[in-house]
Ligand binder design. Structure first.
Ligand SMILES: Cc1cc2nc3c(=O)[nH]c(=O)nc-3n(C[C@H](O)[C@H](O)[C@H](O)COP(=O)(O)OP(=O)(O)OC[C@H]3O[C@@H](n4cnc5c(N)ncnc54)[C@H](O)[C@@H]3O)c2cc1C
Length: 392
């Protein structure tokens, strides 16, 4: 295909698509609303299903250099600090933990032709006429393109136009994210992701970065209402430390460090929506959070966006028409992403269980740990063993 494809949004998904298309020699142009390249955000976990893709796109070494390698998981009780389960990952492909900003920068640096990105281009509307799509930007620019991919995140403008009635719903959880310099006192958190699960609260802690690692913290609390939007809303650290007080000496030390640490702490409301019935309409399709916003409870938001991007590029390369390519891509992706969306929601209930539900959860985990903790790998095998490189 020789005509130009427009990608809206230079986030994780949009940049991965740009890279995958560039590698195949397919023409595209990327439009981003931000004024310049801004690498923002805290930690991301990159499971083997997405590491395979990044390795195939030629970023294996660089990815390793910005990441901490996670070897397993530990689930602890927020109320008693008891270890409920721990197990080692059984994949040959690494599971990495890095800063979102570093991954974003790596994707951007890997793109050979930076002239293919235009900044300060906020898509405001588009019209489809005579086999062409006209994109209108907030700054009054407009451009005619051959096809359109909405990689414009959870508040996607492209999705709003395809599905005016489908709005992301607040899922009832507020999340706080912070990073702290990794101290020797935190050594028991090395080489894994640790989750403290408790009544209406949970905390995820993992090291990220390679040299001089940081401790990445995500603290989630059930919260009936949410008004603000954005990724960089400052949070009150004293209030967080108070509301997340618990029985773990280590976690309480971390909370005290959080208050005195000069790095800011941010809050955001968690939004998702029911899986969409389709993403493709003619020469327009959606990708990543714009197609399937995910709650972060399976750590698969960035992974699903990058899987989408890699597979979409391959469909465009293999099919004769863009319409066929977009339909094939949708067929390959709808079911899997809907299942991951549902799994993330289910994990929210498991992490925050109360009363009998929490007792059953803790007993079940205890029993599995007694028999063989490694069995817990089976729960995520369908996510982590997925190999986008093998799909036809
Ligand atoms: C600033 C930021 C910080 C984040 N921090 C974290 C974090 O710390 N931890 C975590 O787990 N996840 C974080 N996320 C979410 C995570 O990166 C995404 O869920 C995931 O990577 C999905 O990627 P995506 O490409 O679908 O969407 P995103 O990575 O959200 O990218 C969407 C892109 O589209 C652009 N855009 C939106 N609307 C328009 C428009 N109308 N015109 C042009 N461009 C538009 C946005 O500016 C953005 O660059 C963050 C996302 C953002 C945008």
């Amino acid at each position: 295909m020789s005509e130009k494809i427009a990608i809206i949004g230079a986030g994780i998904g949009g940049l991965t698509l740009a890279l995958a298309l560039e590698k195949k020699g397919i023409d595209f142009h990327l439009y981003e609303q931000a004024n310049s390249f801004e690498a923002l955000g805290y930690g991301l976990q990159l499971s083997p299903n997405v590491v395979r893709i990044l390795q195939d796109l030629g970023m294996g070494k660089e990815l390793e250099a910005i990441s901490h390698r996670c070897l397993g998981f530990e689930l602890r009780s927020f109320e008693t600090d008891r270890t409920l389960a721990q197990w080692k990952l059984d994949s040959d492909t690494p599971y990495y933990q890095c800063r979102r900003a570093d991954l974003h920068q790596l994707l951007y640096n890997s793109l050979q032709n930076k002239n293919k990105i235009s900044f300060a281009q906020k898509l405001q509307s588009y019209q489809v006429k005579d086999e062409q799509i006209t994109l209108n930007f907030q700054n009054q620019d407009s451009v005619k393109v051959f096809a359109l991919v909405g990689a414009d995140g959870v508040r996607s403008h492209v999705r709003k136009t395809l599905f005016p009635q489908e709005k992301p719903q607040y899922a009832g959880y507020a999340a706080y994210r912070a990073i702290l310099p990794f101290k020797t006192e935190y050594h028991s958190l090395m080489d894994k992701a640790t989750v403290w699960m408790g009544e209406n609260h949970h905390v995820v802690a993992y090291p990220n970065g390679n040299q001089n690692p940081w401790l990445n913290l995500v603290l989630v609390v059930k919260n009936a209402q949410w008004q603000e939007q954005g990724w960089t809303i400052p949070a009150d650290k004293q209030e967080i430390a108070k509301s997340f007080q618990n029985k773990s000496k280590l976690l309480n030390t971390i909370l005290t460090d959080l208050v005195s640490n000069p790095e800011p702490c941010y809050k955001w409301g968690l939004f998702d929506h029911q899986p969409l019935p389709f993403w493709t309409q003619g020469k327009i399709t959606l990708l990543g959070d714009s197609a399937h916003p995910l709650l972060p409870f399976q750590a698969q938001g960035a992974a699903m966006a990058m899987e989408d991007a890699y597979i979409l590029a391959r469909c465009i390369d293999q099919k004769n028409t863009i319409e066929e390519a977009f339909i094939k891509y949708q067929d390959l992706r709808l079911k899997r992403t809907a299942k991951v969306q549902q799994t993330s929601r289910n994990n929210a209930d498991i992490f925050h269980a109360t009363g009998i539900k929490a007792m059953v959860r803790d007993m079940g985990l205890g029993l599995i740990s007694m028999v063989n903790g490694q069995l817990l790998n089976q729960k995520t095998a369908w996510i982590y063993n997925y190999n986008a490189l093998d799909l036809s």
